[in-house]
Design a binder for this molecule. Structure first.
Ligand SMILES: NC(=O)c1ccc[n+]([C@@H]2O[C@H](COP(=O)([O-])OP(=O)(O)OC[C@H]3O[C@@H](n4cnc5c(N)ncnc54)[C@H](O)[C@@H]3O)[C@@H](O)[C@H]2O)c1
Length: 271
């Protein structure tokens, strides 16, 4: 990968991808970042030795790939500011909701791909959903794969609307896991463990159960049933959750996330 890559936005998600690229051997000198926040620019400098630009400028024209890692709310203004400098680049957006139709209109190109990563990308253990517009070539898709592989796994989607489902599932998903860790820690502490002990047990339980689910030939449902002795402690806990509709409420929450992704697209993606 000797091409220059430009990032518009240098926050959490850009840093996760940049970190992965540098680990893969990409030189920080081949990475440009446009980042208006002084604090974020300093972070990029201390973490990666990258001198980010406060504003889009003609140097962006040398990038063969432009990665859009800004909030949906800021996308259109940033596209209007940076678009004129991005020449014939391929564009890859990680923003929730913003449709490729809008990006193609704002940027004047059909070479547009969207990715929905998640924060385990920071340690190379992310998973991303990818969608390519018809105007993106096989080589464009391969370039996106090389970049996203540095953050973990990826899978291609055949329709763009499925990206909103991926956003609700794996994009937002780490927060659901941390939420359950928080609740388990809170309960363990209430029941007499120290906070450190409870958090250690909760985090290690998710790590172990995730590894088991990934390496086992059995489904999560079968693995759950194996923990749940009839009339035992897990049975009491799962019955309490089922009686309180936790599963249905959790599914509702994911629909709310997907709705929000659609609304962000409609509100901030209007071309
Ligand atoms: N954080 C996640 O878990 C996650 C997961 C998947 C996708 N995303 C998507 O990634 C995008 C970025 O999220 P994040 O978590 O990195 O946010 P962030 O706030 O950490 O980073 C966004 C950065 O963009 C900068 N910015 C604002 N206006 C700009 C402009 N006009 N030009 C250039 N930079 C500008 C901000 O200063 C900020 O540093 C969002 O669209 C989000 O939907 C985030």
């Amino acid at each position: 990968m000797s091409e220059r890559i430009a990032f518009i936005g240098g926050g959490n998600m850009a840093s996760a991808i940049i970190g992965g690229l540098i680990k893969q051997g990409v030189s920080p000198q081949d990475i440009d970042v446009v980042e208006p926040s002084e604090e974020a620019r300093q972070q990029l400098s201390s973490s990666f030795g990258i001198t980010a630009q406060a504003q889009a400028n003609p140097s962006l024209a040398t990038a063969s790939l432009v990665v859009w890692a800004i909030k949906p709310q800021a996308f259109k203004d940033a596209a209007v500011a940076a678009g004129p400098f991005t020449g014939n680049a391929l564009h890859l957006s990680v923003a929730a909701g913003i449709p490729t139709d809008s990006m193609a209109a704002w940027l004047g190109t059909q070479r547009v791909v969207r990715a929905m990563p998640n924060t385990p990308a920071l340690i190379g253990k992310g998973i991303s959903g990818l969608f390519a517009r018809a105007g993106a070539s096989a080589e464009d898709r391969a370039q996106v794969e090389r970049v996203m592989a540095s953050t973990g796994e990826f899978l291609w989607l055949d329709t763009e609307d499925k990206l909103d489902v991926v956003t609700a599932l794996s994009g937002s998903g780490p927060a659901y896991v941390f939420y359950f860790m928080e609740a388990m820690t809170m309960a363990g502490t209430e029941m007499g463990l120290s906070r450190e002990q409870a958090e250690h047990l909760a985090v290690a339980t998710f790590a172990g159960a995730s590894d088991l689910a990934q390496t086992s030939a059995d489904s999560p449902q079968v693995l759950r049933q194996r923990v749940t002795s009839k009339g035992g402690t897990t049975f009491a806990a799962i019955s309490s959750m089922e009686d309180n509709d936790v599963r249905a409420l959790f599914i509702d929450a994911m629909y709310a996330a997907r709705e929000r992704a659609k609304k962000l697209g409609a509100e901030f993606g209007a071309a």
